[in-house]
Design a protein around this ligand. Structure first.
Ligand code: ZN
Length: 418
């Protein structure tokens, strides 16, 4: 539990609950993605299932004081040695059940699910069971704890539970069996039924500050300025940034100028830049390319379609990477996720223009010209970007949405420059 960084308030809350012996049966861990919610849930279960938990004063626990607890607070931590701790480290503890949407592969009755949501079949198969005639499934929730220290169920991305899945779970939560504990991990807890939310204890997790993230990235071989930029663009999410850094596929070669009538106008990425790009994670080339497309859009050197092409190319690349990791996942979903990330980079470029205009310092600017643009127009453009991010996350046609958004951005930016 001590290895979880930047979440001292959440850890302090859980430590107080453990110390008081008042562990609630149902929890919601809410907060941005990739900030340690899932790891904390596993650490909590590991501590409670440990055969020989150890005590440590806050100030002596690992040399780092948790500022949200008194210096002499008696922390209770997993021993890391016992059979239970070791079983959890090897994903093999019979009383710890990890539930995630891809488990649909084990429970899919239609054989067609891509696991984009958390299906009722997964909830039945992994937690509540099913007593229907044709598909009788034993409820894991009501089985005896094998090690006698309770049973833990951790649902990742619980906010992706379909309504029937939530209803099935709700019935189980109304009368939970003794010594069974459920943690729901959620970035959008509002998607959970009000009746589930009101039955749960909440722990909020926050975005990780640059002071926590930057050293992590530097350890992974990034320069200080790359690390700062990544901390900014990932919105304080270590998980998100690490995923971006794993984007290792060779990037699409930049076409030579006038190579084909369909190729985008020259973006100014010459061979020197290409050489530099080979030495850095692909995500930074992607950031550079988007920045440059925006620079060119603003100066009139290129049109909206260059931006659309850049966003689409990298969104497709992101999707290919996601499919390599999980070949059965949805390509459409992955392209949407990729497009939303890239729209975030466009938003950061707009935010930089706004800050240059009002003279607000930028801790980690995008690699682009330091051009100021009128704040009112930039606010308008940021609105366009946010709307597009929301729509791409839903069912909008990605190509059309990107084209429409880029064109609107072009019109708005050109208008404020004329
Ligand atoms: Zn232990």
């Amino acid at each position: 539990m001590l290895s979880i960084m930047g979440q001292s308030a959440a850890i302090a809350h859980l430590q107080r609950v453990i110390a008081a012996g008042r562990m609630a049966a149902t929890w919601i861990f809410s907060g941005p993605p990739g900030v340690g919610k899932y790891r904390t849930a596993i650490a909590l279960a590991r501590t409670c299932l440990c055969e020989n938990p150890r005590h440590a004063r806050n100030q002596q626990a690992n040399g780092l004081l948790n500022p949200a607890l008194e210096p002499d607070f008696d922390m209770i931590l997993a021993c890391d040695q016992c059979e239970s701790c070791r079983a959890i480290d090897h994903d093999a503890h019979p009383d710890l059940h990890l539930i995630y949407r891809n488990l649909i592969r084990c429970h899919d009755r239609s054989g067609k699910s891509k696991g984009t949501t958390l299906s009722i079949d997964v909830i039945r198969g992994e937690i509540t069971g099913d007593d229907s005639e044709e598909h009788r499934v034993e409820p894991k929730l009501y089985k005896r704890s094998q090690h006698g220290r309770g049973k833990w169920f951790i649902i990742d991305e619980a906010d992706l539970m379909e309504p029937p899945a939530q209803n099935a779970l709700l019935k189980a939560l109304e009368e939970p069996p003794p010594q069974s504990f459920l943690v729901m991990i959620a970035t959008s807890p509002a998607e959970l039924l009000a009746t589930i939310r009101s039955r749960s204890q909440w722990v909020s997790f926050r975005s990780l500050p640059p002071a926590v993230l930057v050293p992590q990235f530097v350890q992974r071989g990034l320069t200080q300025s790359q690390a700062k930029l990544l901390a900014r663009l990932s919105d304080g999410s270590l998980g998100r940034a690490v995923r971006w850094l794993s984007l290792q596929e060779p990037v699409r070669p930049v076409e030579d100028e006038h190579a084909s009538p369909c190729s985008p106008p020259a973006l100014g990425i010459g061979s020197r830049r290409r050489e530099a790009a080979e030495k850095q994670p692909a995500i930074f080339e992607c950031i550079e390319r988007i920045s440059l497309a925006m620079d060119n859009l603003a100066t009139g050197r290129a049109g909206a379609m260059v931006l659309v092409d850049a966003v689409r190319a990298y969104a497709e690349q992101y999707a290919r990477m996601a499919l390599r990791e999980d070949p059965l996942s949805s390509k459409d979903r992955a392209v949407r996720d990729g497009a939303a990330i890239l729209l975030g980079f466009v938003a950061a470029w707009l935010d930089d223009r706004l800050r240059y205009a009002i003279g607000s310092p930028i801790e980690a600017p995008l690699p682009s010209t330091q051009q100021a643009l009128p704040p009112a127009a930039m606010v308008q453009c940021l609105d366009l970007c946010q709307t597009a991010q929301r729509q791409v996350d839903m069912n909008a046609h990605v190509g059309l949405l990107l084209a429409a958004t880029a064109t609107e951005l072009e019109v708005e930016i050109r208008r404020c420059r004329s």
